[in-house]
Design a protein around this ligand. Structure first.
Ligand code: PEP
Ligand code: MN
Length: 349
């Protein structure tokens, strides 16, 4: 249920509604926009919520029931777009953010050189996995904490914030020391203990869609994180499993406008995993931006043929730069701009 306050409601009337919600045994979540105040009611209580009791309170414009089971992620609850600050880069505002980097952090030199190449091409954040969810236990599993240290060094040199995957709650004490964004991968989208654990951190979370998850299930997974108090969740469409075999996954472009309508959380598109083949990555990146994505996350490798994971779908820095230029043109057509990288940090800053 949400309680929409009148635009001129006095602060005391807002406090009264919040107290009433709490005394009924629920939690109140305040969303204050320039023109409105909305109070969301969540939680469970033996006291039934009586809509009419709330609608008769002073300062209340109307009371609306939310039929969907996701509340905090729901746009009805929070009409304004959520903007997330990842190390100085804002995601969810008009300017589109392009995140680039390798699937895996392979060495110190590789990640630093790639970070510079991503930045020179127009990327505003660096991705790279130090803990990799691989289908085979015999495949490269990532450099773990060394990989995180190298990512942090790349950030120190280039100023690019870093996005890196957490596979297990036990890794959080280490990863949170280095990351700017915690990525929850497709394979863990419904790992509810991990979702709750990242919800207890203060770091922004990039939540990737499970390979066979519905949009509603993805929204419920975001709700797990939000319910723990972490409000900085980005929804990432990365393709779903279908009967099609020409591409690794099938890009669900539909999910982008659907998510934009249903939630206030920023929507990120990953055309690399969605297609699995570098030849198609740019076309889908452009489609994702045309459909309303707030950011792109793209795999970039200095030498894709030598990559330790996902080389087949990785762009060279040159192709990544071309993608950035073309995204700028599509962004213009949909009245958006593209963020440009901040100047290189100078020592002493
Ligand atoms: C990745 O980003 O490298 C990755 C493993 O992605 P996903 O979880 O979407 O498969
Ligand atoms: Mn990958």
């Amino acid at each position: 249920m949400i309680v929409v306050m009148k635009h001129d409601a006095a602060d005391q009337t807002i406090r009264d509604v919040v107290s009433r919600i709490e005394s009924d045994g629920y939690q109140a979540h305040l969303s204050q926009g320039a023109a409105y105040t909305i109070i969301g009611v969540v939680g469970e209580s033996p006291t039934p919520l009586r809509q009419e009791n709330y609608s008769s309170m002073e300062g209340v414009e109307k009371v609306v029931r939310i039929s969907e089971s996701y509340k905090l992620a729901n746009r009805t609850f929070h009409p304004a777009d959520t903007k997330i600050n990842i190390g100085g880069v804002i995601i969810g505002d008009n300017p589109i953010a392009i995140i680039g980097g390798p699937c895996s952090v392979e060495s110190r030199e590789q990640i630093i050189e790639t970070a510079w190449a991503v930045k020179e091409a127009g990327g505003v954040a660096l991705r790279g996995g130090a803990y990799k969810p691989r289908t085979s236990p015999y495949s490269f599993q990532g450099h773990a904490e060394n990989g995180l240290k190298w990512l942090a060094e790349a950030r120190e040199q280039t100023g690019l914030p870093i996005v890196t995957e957490v596979m297990d709650a036990a890794q959080l004490p280490i990863i949170t020391q280095y990351a700017d964004v915690l990525q929850v991968g497709a394979r863990n989208m419904q790992n509810f203990t991990l979702l709750s654990a990242v919800g207890q951190t203060e770091l922004p979370v990039l939540l990737k869609r499970g390979m066979s998850a519905t949009i509603k299930e993805m929204l419920m997974s975001a709700e797990y994180i939000l319910a723990q108090g972490n409000r900085n969740v980005m929804m990432c469409e990365r393709g779903i499993r279908t009967f099609e075999t020409e591409t690794r996954n099938t890009s669900d472009i539909n999910a982008i406008p659907v998510l934009k309508e249903k939630t206030h959380l920023p929507v990120v598109f990953d055309p690399s995993h969605a297609t699995g083949k570098w030849e198609y990555v740019e076309a889908l990146a452009l489609a994702g931006i045309a459909a309303g994505a707030d950011a792109l996350i793209i795999e970039v490798h200095l030498n894709p043929e030598q990559a330790m994971s996902d080389g087949r779908q990785s762009l060279t820095p040159k192709k990544f730069q071309q993608l950035v230029e073309r995204v700028q043109r599509i962004a213009e057509a949909v009245n958006r701009t593209v963020l440009t990288p901040a100047p290189v940090p100078t020592s002493g800053d």
